[in-house]
Design a binder for this molecule. Structure first.
Ligand code: ZN
Ligand code: ZN
Length: 332
């Protein structure tokens, strides 16, 4: 169904455990119908973890979801964001305006700040990277024009009151949650771990259905960082994951393993594609990796992901750049 005929969900709230609620918030994105915020009881209010995307009417969905749990925005004592993507951080300014709470978030959020401060510059950079990666000028111009009309999903840029770095503790009625820095999906990504109850608020680091996305161009090796972050999550031995999208899930170790397996499989496919077809552009690797070429819908996801695999393989010495324009890759 197209987005115009698809019936939009409403915000919905449900209790997961005593003192812990899932707030399910609709998203306007095809294939990603909603995201989760989590409310955790803390004294006379709640700690809110993530807050959904900002668009006209979006705050009413959060309020509706909270109301179903007998909560109101004024109950938010602290807002914690697992990472600075619009579906997790977009409404931060609105929540802060309504509640007067503090915001805690990891300081490596330049990837988000740039899209709010300098959207034209970010688009120009993406255009340049796509061109460099072998995407033909048409359809690139067309895709780029489409991207210009899309809103950022962020109400207003708010800087965190406190840096949510490894080891910081968030106190709640369910006990303290430790911050674990888990970059890869985004440089600013953290998980929150409650060791006594073996709970993990995993953001987009671990999802119920394995789905890989990497922010390209902000750190040296996002795929390598993601794999290290999977090791960190595995060491926590959590029994229940409260993820950024869809339902909670229990077999955390199996999900971590499934992520490792998919990354390994995709790296091997990219390595094989370069060995067989190199010198090859990232654009030409895409159909060999996903079974279909880029479209307007997938360009912003699959191209950076492919570039991140090529970068990972370059870091481990399996491929190298052949130094042509556009950039082509060969086996090292
Ligand atoms: Zn994300
Ligand atoms: Zn997300």
């Amino acid at each position: 169904m197209s987005s115009s005929t698809r019936r939009r969900e409403l915000g919905r709230g449900e209790r997961v455990l005593p003192g812990l609620w899932r707030l399910r918030l609709p998203l306007p994105w095809p294939g990603v119908p909603h995201c989760n915020a989590w409310a955790v009881a803390a004294g006379d209010g709640v700690v809110l973890v993530d807050c959904g995307l900002h668009e006209p009417g979006s705050l009413a969905h959060l309020e509706r979801a909270m109301a179903q749990c007998d909560l109101r925005l004024e109950h938010v004592r602290l807002l914690v964001c697992t990472h600075a993507h619009s579906d997790h951080y977009g409404q931060a300014a609105s929540v802060i305006d309504a509640s007067g709470c503090e915001l805690w978030m990891h300081p490596d959020h330049a990837h988000m700040r740039a899209t709010v401060d300098n959207p034209d510059e970010v688009r120009a950079r993406r255009f340049e990277v796509a061109l460099q990666s072998g995407v033909p000028i048409e359809p690139l111009r067309q895709w780029s024009a489409g991207a210009r009309s899309r809103a950022s999903g962020i109400a207003r840029l708010v800087e965190p009151d406190r840096d949510l770095v490894q080891g910081v503790v968030v106190d709640t009625d369910l006990g303290p949650w430790s911050v674990v820095h888990t970059p890869g999906h985004a440089p600013s990504h953290v998980c929150l771990h409650q060791p006594d109850r073996r709970l993990l608020i995993s953001g987009d680091h671990l999802l119920g259905r394995v789905s890989l996305y990497f922010d390209y161009g902000w750190t040296v090796d996002p795929v390598g960082e993601f794999l290290t972050s999977l090791d960190k999550a595995a060491a926590l031995d959590a029994r229940l994951c409260l993820a950024g999208h869809a339902r909670t899930f229990a077999d955390v170790a199996a999900h971590i393993e499934a992520n490792r397996a998919l990354v390994a499989q995709r790296l091997e496919t990219v390595r094989g594609a370069v060995a067989e077809h190199g010198p090859i552009t990232a654009y030409d690797v895409v159909p060999l990796l996903y079974g279909q070429g880029l479209t307007q819908l997938t360009a912003g996801w699959w191209l950076p992901e492919t570039l991140c695999y090529l970068r990972r393989l370059e870091v481990v010495g399996a491929v190298r750049r052949a130094g042509e324009e556009p950039e082509r890759w060969v086996a090292a």
